[in-house]
Ligand binder design. Structure first.
Ligand SMILES: CC(C)(C)CCc1c(C(=O)O)[nH]c(=O)[nH]c1=O
Length: 309
């Protein structure tokens, strides 16, 4: 069985990579992903200036996944731009995630990324915050349209967007309609964590994380059906774009389901945080075994071929 694939004119040994934010904060973590069996990897979403992020505890594993309100801790875009400039792209592709705190910050970073002319693939995090009191960018359709129009004016390469989950068909339609106005948006990564959930420790009668009264984004088993729906919804609505799947992956079977639903690549978040980069070799083996059992030789044999009843 062959797990290789091509995406945005790059060769990937397999479709597996980390979800931005997980195991990708600094040189040590990024080097571990580069040395892992992951077919590619992505940097932590960066801001114009370094950020310490929220007070801890800000990430907690739970029985069915995880909850986090990290608050965008990162070393600043200059560190990640320097890292992606030094990367050996013959080894594996590398993505750079950007999450400016404002339209101006995003444009400033995008201008520098363009000027650096690095082979890294940009993933624009549209869960980035908007004006306080307003929803995140991807939940404010006019703001999302304005952000994409401005970034497409500044940037000169194909790039992708990291989307939060949507839960209403009308929202799938509206979001896809906006994305389809921008051919430069070559891929859509679905999904980011499901926002503003609450996890409780029954014994202590206390929330699990310190920021935001315990409210945070959830990942893991909780989100798989929502992740698969968002992958398939955008796969159906954006025929000229690729979809990267993210959410609820911890075995080869879930990788297979994301690919079947239309994903070209599959990101791993919570399970990577809990198991470490060795997970990628396990997922690759499990995916290959499942494909062999089903008689599939390449990803193209089943990718995007989910059947309906
Ligand atoms: C949620 C934001 C802080 C606005 C962006 C960074 C981010 C974070 C984070 O840094 O808290 N956590 C996530 O699960 N997804 C994200 O996109």
């Amino acid at each position: 069985t062959d797990l290789s694939t091509r995406f945005l004119d790059c060769a990937f040994a397999n479709p597996l990579m980390n979800a931005s934010g997980v195991w990708c904060y600094d040189q040590t973590e990024l080097d571990a992903l580069n040395l892992s069996a992951a077919g590619a990897y992505v940097t932590k979403s960066c801001t114009l200036e370094p950020r310490a992020g929220n007070p801890e505890p800000r990430y907690k594993a739970t029985p069915l996944g995880s909850i986090n309100s990290m608050g965008l801790p990162n070393l600043g875009y200059r560190f990640y731009l320097d890292y992606v400039a030094k990367h050996d792209y013959a080894r594996k592709p590398l993505f750079m995630s950007v999450a400016g705190l404002s339209l101006e910050d995003n444009l400033a970073m995008v201008r520098e990324i363009k000027a650096a002319n690095v082979p890294a693939i940009m993933e624009l995090n549209l869960s980035c915050p908007n004006v306080p009191g307003k929803p995140q960018i991807a939940y404010d359709f006019d703001a999302m349209d304005a952000m994409l129009a401005a970034v497409c004016r500044e940037y000169d390469k194909p790039f992708g967007v990291k989307m939060p989950p949507y839960f209403d068909i009308a929202h799938f339609d509206a979001a896809a309609e906006i994305l389809n106005r921008y051919p430069q948006v070559a891929f859509v990564t679905c999904i980011n964590s499901i926002g503003n959930a609450l996890a409780i420790d029954t014994e202590t009668e206390t929330v699990l994380i310190k920021p935001k009264d315990g409210f945070g984004g959830i990942g893991g088993d909780y989100v798989l059906p929502t992740a698969l729906a968002n992958v398939n919804a955008f796969f159906r609505r954006c025929p000229d774009k690729k979809v990267i799947g993210c959410g609820g992956v911890k075995t080869g079977e879930q990788v297979f389901q994301h690919l079947l639903a239309g994903a070209s690549l599959v990101q791993v978040g919570t399970a990577l945080q809990e198991e470490g980069p060795a997970i990628f070799a396990r997922l690759a083996d499990e995916l290959a075994a499942l494909m062999a059992k089903k008689g599939y030789k390449t990803l193209g044999d089943f990718q995007g071929k989910l059947k309906t009843l």
